[in-house]
Design a protein around this ligand. Structure first.
Ligand SMILES: [Zn+2]
Length: 257
């Protein structure tokens, strides 16, 4: 099937793709992708996403500073604000909270999160959230800080209850390669029962490649593998998953064909 799948979270600007970026993108289009959300993780990659999208309108850029980079907020802030004035983006992020390591300090991550919310309000855009060992902290934060256009919990691996809270707060849930991992039965059980109009597919390329590419460099074309597994879980044809998640992605990011 051609031109239907969406990868809603790919770092196609990453150095990992420097040697063969063009080939990776052609492979994605050949495999039946219609759109890729090119997610910035600092000012330089957000700028690159914007420039790549000007060359190819099937790429949709976002601007943000990854929570693991929150300690660079002071240096990055101005460049991100300038970019927000200069270009058209489909979302702000990825931002979020990552408490897996003690770095960067939580207070700084929360300051960066607040900065992203201000940008999202200015630009009237959804937010892309990275969440690691911080689900209740992030959900509490969103509860206290209403979002202008909703957002997505990317690489969702939460529990049923966390999913319920996220859905109540208006979030979409981004499902990626982890869904295909052998040890992810709990996640499959949660995703099976999610409302189908609130799920989007993603790769997080170059990270988190789905089976059968697990451990290798991930790329947008592999989103189809995750989509096929989701089709099994939902007991529908892959085409139906592609159409449903495409509609969800377009609604989330305000993209009108
Ligand atoms: Zn990411």
């Amino acid at each position: 099937m051609r031109g239907v799948w969406w990868d809603t979270h790919a770092h196609v600007m990453d150095e990992a793709f420097a040697p063969d970026r063009e080939a990776i993108l052609s492979r994605a289009w050949d495999k039946g992708l219609e759109g890729i959300v090119a997610v910035g993780y600092d000012a330089a990659t957000s700028r690159m996403a914007l420039h790549m999208a000007r060359e190819d309108p099937r790429l949709h850029p976002t601007l943000g500073l990854h929570p693991q980079q929150a300690h660079r907020l002071a240096q990055e802030r101005e460049a991100l604000e300038a970019l927000a004035r200069e270009g058209t983006f489909v979302a702000v992020g990825e931002t979020g909270l990552d408490f897996h390591y003690d770095h960067p300090p939580r207070a700084l991550q929360e300051e960066a999160l607040a900065f992203h919310l201000e940008l999202a309000k200015q630009l009237n855009l959804p937010l892309i959230f990275h969440v690691r060992d911080a689900a209740s902290a992030l959900l509490d934060w969103i509860e206290a800080h209403p979002l202008p256009k909703g957002g997505v919990w990317h690489a969702f691996t939460g529990t049923r209850e966390e999913a319920r809270r996220a859905l109540r707060l208006g979030l979409y849930l981004g499902v990626g390669g982890i869904l295909t991992f052998k040890n992810a039965q709990d996640l499959r059980d949660v995703v099976r029962d999610l409302p189908r109009d609130r799920v989007v597919l993603e790769t997080d390329a170059p990270y988190l490649a789905p089976v059968p590419y697990r451990g290798k460099r991930n790329e947008p074309s592999y989103v189809v593998e995750t989509g096929k597994l989701l089709a099994q879980l939902w007991n529908v044809a892959p085409e139906e998953v592609a159409l449903q998640t495409r509609e969800n992605a377009r609604r989330l990011f305000g993209i009108h064909p």
